[in-house]
Design a binder for this molecule. Structure first.
Ligand code: PHE
Length: 459
C-alpha cells in the first residue's frame, strides 16, 4: 500500500489555533448556554469545570499522544502501535470507529451550521425585524419545515468545509483558522461588551457562579460529561489527526491545557454574551435548544443596534461551526489520502458527497420524514427521528466508546515508554497521575456512563 507522507502544522501555535477552532463550536456557543440554563446554573458550571480538569485534559493528552507517536492517521496509528499484539485487529477496528464517528456528527452538525448561515441572511434581509410576539417561533418553524431551504444552507456549510479541506493543511486548514479565529474572538468580545451595557450582568454572575448543590445528581453528571467530551472534540478522531500533524518539538501537556482552557473560557464567555440580555428582558433561561434560534432573535429585534449585533452573533456561530466542521471532516480524508486511495481533492469530494446524503436525511427528518423511526426496540431511542438518533448515537454513544478505548489503549496496550517520551513530563508524579487517571478513573466513569447510555443504568 502506498503511504503518502503527511503535511505538518507549521508550528505549535498553528496547531493551537486549529485545535481551539475545533473545540470551540456550536457546542460552546449554542449548546453550553442552554444546557447550563436547563440544569440550573452554578452547580452545573462547577461540575463541568471539574470534569474538564479531571478527565478532559488527560484525555486530550491521550489522543494527541496516540496521534503524534507515529505521525500517521488514526487507523494506521492504532494498527502500528499495537503491532505484535494478538488484539491488533480489534484496535484497528477502534481506529476505524473513531474515523466513522465524526462523519455521524457531521450528519447533523452541517444542518445546524446551515441554520446559522440562514439566520445571518435572514437578519440582513430584514426577515427577523419588527417581529410581534411569537413570530420568531414561526420563523424558525418555517425554516425547519422547509426541506429545500434547509438543504440549501446545509449544502453551503458543507461546500465551504470541503473546499477548505481540499486545499490541505497549510493552505486550507491553517489559513482558514488564521482568518476565522481572530474574528471569532473579536466578535465575542464585542458581544460581551454590548451585553454588559444592555443587561443583567450581576444576575448572570450570580446564576453562573452560585452553586446550588441540590441540582447535582447522576443525570447532571452524565450531561456535563457528555457536554465536556463534545466540546473538547474527544472520541472522534479529531485530536488523533490534529496530533498526527503536530511537530515533535512541541509539548503535548502544555498544548492540551491551552486547548481545554480556551475552550472552557469561550463557553463561559458565551454565557456572558447571552445571559445578561436574557435576564434584562425578563425572560427565562430554560427554553432549551430554542434559546439561540427563537429567544435571542426577539431580543436583538428590540434592542438598540440589535440588528448589527444579531448579525455578528450568528456570524460568530457560523465561524465557530466551520472551524469545527473542518476538524470533523479531516480524519476520513486524511486516512484515504495516506493510504493512497484518493488524492486529497478527490477524497474531499467523495467524503463530501456521502456526507451530503447523510445530512440531507437529517434535514428531511425534520419535515417530510419526521414520522420515520428507525430503532423502535429500545425505549430510549424509540421516539427519535433520524437527526436526533444520529446525534444520540455519534455524539453520546460512539464518542464515549472511542474515548474509553483510546484511554485503555494508551494505558494498557501501548508501551509505557512511548507515552513517556511523547509527553515529555519525565517519570514524574504528574506523569504517574495522568496514567492513573486514564488507566483507572476514565474506564470506571465512562464504563458507568455507557451502561446508562444503553438504557440499563441506575440513574
Ligand atoms: N467541539 C465541537 C463543538 O463544541 C464539536 C466537535 C466534536 C468537533 C468532536 C470535533 C470533534 O461544537
Amino acid at each position: 500500500m502506498a503511504h503518502v507522507a503527511q503535511e505538518k502544522w507549521s508550528s505549535g501555535t498553528a496547531f493551537l489555533l486549529a485545535a481551539i477552532g475545533s473545540a470551540v463550536g456550536l457546542g460552546n456557543i449554542y449548546r453550553f448556554p442552554y444546557v447550563v440554563g436547563e440544569n440550573g446554573g452554578g452547580a452545573f458550571v462547577l461540575l463541568y469545570l471539574g470534569i474538564v480538569i479531571v478527565f478532559g485534559i488527560p484525555l486530550v493528552m491521550t489522543e494527541l499522544t496516540i496521534g503524534r507517536r507515529k505521525q500517521v492517521p488514526p487507523i494506521t496509528a492504532y494498527t502500528q502501535l499495537s503491532d505484535g499484539k494478538k488484539s491488533q485487529p480489534f484496535w484497528k477496528f477502534v481506529g476505524f470507529s473513531s474515523v466513522l464517528t465524526p462523519l455521524g456528527i457531521l450528519g447533523f452538525y452541517f444542518v445546524i451550521a446551515g441554520w446559522t448561515l440562514n439566520y445571518v441572511y435572514s437578519i440582513i434581509t430584514g426577515k427577523l425585524s419588527n417581529l410581534v410576539e411569537g413570530q420568531t417561533q414561526q420563523v424558525f418553524a418555517d425554516l425547519t419545515s422547509s426541506p429545500g431551504t434547509l438543504i440549501f444552507w446545509m449544502t453551503l456549510s458543507l461546500a465551504i468545509t470541503a473546499f477548505i479541506i481540499s486545499r490541505g493543511i497549510k493552505a486550507g486548514l491553517e489559513k482558514a483558522v488564521n482568518i476565522l479565529m481572530p474574528m471569532l474572538f473579536l466578535i465575542l468580545v464585542l458581544l460581551v461588551i454590548y451585553s454588559a451595557f444592555n443587561g443583567g450582568m450581576a444576575e448572570t454572575f450570580e446564576f453562573m457562579f452560585t452553586p446550588d448543590f441540590d441540582k447535582i445528581n447522576m443525570k447532571t453528571l452524565l450531561e456535563a460529561t457528555g457536554q465536556a467530551f463534545f466540546s473538547l472534540s474527544l472520541g472522534s478522531a479529531t485530536m488523533l489527526v490534529y496530533g498526527s500533524y503536530l511537530p515533535k518539538d512541541t509539548s503535548i501537556p502544555k498544548l492540551a491545557c491551552g486547548v481545554a482552557f480556551a475552550d472552557t473560557f469561550v463557553a463561559l464567555i458565551a454565557g456572558f454574551a447571552i445571559f445578561p440580555i436574557i435576564f434584562a428582558n425578563g425572560l427565562e433561561l430554560d427554553s432549551g435548544p430554542n434559546l439561540v434560534f427563537v429567544t435571542l432573535p426577539v431580543i436583538f429585534d428590540q434592542m438598540p443596534f440589535g440588528q448589527v449585533f444579531g448579525i455578528l452573533f450568528f456570524l460568530l456561530l457560523a465561524f465557530a461551526a466551520i472551524t469545527s466542521t473542518i476538524s470533523l471532516f479531516e480524519p476520513a480524508v486524511s486516512n484515504l489520502e495516506e493510504r493512497g486511495i484518493f488524492s486529497r481533492k478527490k477524497a474531499s469530494l467523495v467524503v463530501g458527497t456521502g456526507l451530503w446524503c447523510l445530512a440531507a436525511l437529517s434535514a428531511l427528518s425534520m419535515n417530510v420524514l419526521s414520522d420515520v423511526r428507525l430503532l423502535t426496540f429500545n425505549d430510549t431511542v424509540a421516539d427519535k427521528n433520524f437527526m436526533d438518533l444520529l446525534e444520540y448515537m455519534s455524539a453520546n454513544g460512539m464518542m464515549l466508546v472511542n474515548a474509553l478505548f483510546a484511554a485503555i489503549f494508551l494505558g494498557y496496550i501501548v508501551h509505557r515508554k512511548d507515552a513517556l517520551e511523547e509527553l515529555g513530563l519525565g517519570d514524574s508524579l504528574l506523569f504517574k497521575f495522568w496514567r492513573g487517571i486514564i488507566k483507572v478513573v476514565v474506564p470506571i466513569v465512562i464504563g458507568y456512563l455507557l451502561i446508562d447510555f444503553l438504557g440499563y443504568g441506575f440513574i
